[in-house]
Ligand binder design. Structure first.
Ligand code: MN
Length: 339
């Protein structure tokens, strides 16, 4: 984002505006944290601000300051579409292609509002007037921190904003351990604690929110885990029947894919989750080092993401999806063994 863009945005925000902030569908900690962090900041500018999520999000995020004000497009479609149509400015956070908002795509595309993208995924689409895109950033929350700073408003960051931004940096960096975590990330985290983010409490609220059933589901996933040692790959499957058996709730499978990578020598981990309602297999891919699951997801699984974390989907059955995955792995043998 260049100086002229920043000046324009500053000018734009100098008078009262109707603003809508949108995260991607199935929002995670970074999507909810960044939209709410920006929400609290913009409210200080006397604007009318609404966060509109395409759909619901996991319970472990349902305590973040301002969370109760989030509107959900899938259940509150009319009011959400009216707000989108009336908006002067629409911020899109933690995604860079409008189809990532599911059924909100058309309303967003048709809106005449000035669009501002803040995002750290690869290959942004060209729908926004102003684009703050940086794939080296740990999280969109880290970028919102920079955005507020670049507008000269670091002094406006208070405890609610700090708490929101802390959540997304923490969840997108695997609690500050992924390679995207830099010294700058830690400096920002130090600032956020200084401004009032209660780090110990935030970790407890996000990570110690398991239900008995969700731990049983984790047990089932770990029982299903398979490894292919010569291809340094681990994968997990969860069928719809298994999800039902353990009373699956949104968020219960969050992070399970990472267990595969915790096995010695593994470079690639995948989880395949059957979703009978949508008629797809949801796929999450994780990797270590230079092996790009973003490339793999784009080439084979209708998805994408980052080098070490990506997602996709398959329209085959669960069994056929796994067979397909196993059949393409040998192509990557050299890359997997070079790590
Ligand atoms: Mn993110």
């Amino acid at each position: 984002m260049n100086t002229q863009d920043l000046l324009n945005i500053k000018q734009l925000l100098a008078s009262k505006k109707q603003i809508v902030i949108v995260p991607h569908k199935n929002p995670d900690g970074d999507a909810i944290g960044s939209t709410l962090g920006l929400y609290h900041y913009l409210l200080k500018g006397n604007h009318q601000v609404h966060v509109i999520s395409p759909n619901d999000y996991p319970n472990f995020l349902k305590w973040i300051p301002g969370e109760k004000s989030i509107l959900k497009h899938d259940t509150q479609t009319k009011i959400c579409e009216a707000l989108i149509e009336a908006a002067d400015i629409i911020f899109t956070l933690d995604f860079n292609a409008l189809h990532r908002t599911g059924n909100m795509e058309t309303a967003l595309a048709e809106s005449k509002a000035i669009k501002i993208m803040i995002d750290h995924h690869q290959a942004p689409d060209a729908y926004a007037t102003y684009v703050f895109s940086d794939v080296t950033m740990s999280s969109t929350c880290e970028m919102v921190y920079h955005f507020i700073n670049m507008l000269g408003d670091a002094n406006l960051i208070d405890a609610p904003i700090a708490t929101c931004l802390y959540v997304g940096i923490m969840t997108d960096t695997g609690s500050f351990r992924f390679p995207s975590t830099t010294n700058k990330t830690h400096e920002i985290i130090a600032q956020l604690i200084e401004k009032g983010a209660n780090n110990a409490e935030i970790h407890n609220r996000v990570f110690d929110a398991n239900s008995y059933q969700s731990l049983q589901l984790l047990g089932c996933a770990l029982t299903n885990l398979k490894i292919i040692p010569e291809l340094r790959t681990a994968y997990i499957t969860l069928s719809q029947e298994e999800l039902n058996r353990y009373d699956y709730k949104k968020g219960d499978t969050e992070g399970i894919v990472n267990y595969g990578l915790s096995i010695e020598n593994m470079i690639l981990a995948a989880i395949f989750i059957e979703d009978k309602q949508e008629g797809i297999i949801k796929i999450s891919l994780r990797s270590k080092g230079h092996f790009s699951v973003n490339d793999m997801a784009r080439a084979h699984f209708n998805g994408g993401g980052h080098i070490n974390a990506a997602g996709g989907k398959s329209f085959l059955s669960l069994k056929d999806t796994v067979e397909n995955f196993i059949s393409i792995l040998p192509k990557y043998k050299k890359a997997l063994n070079n790590e």
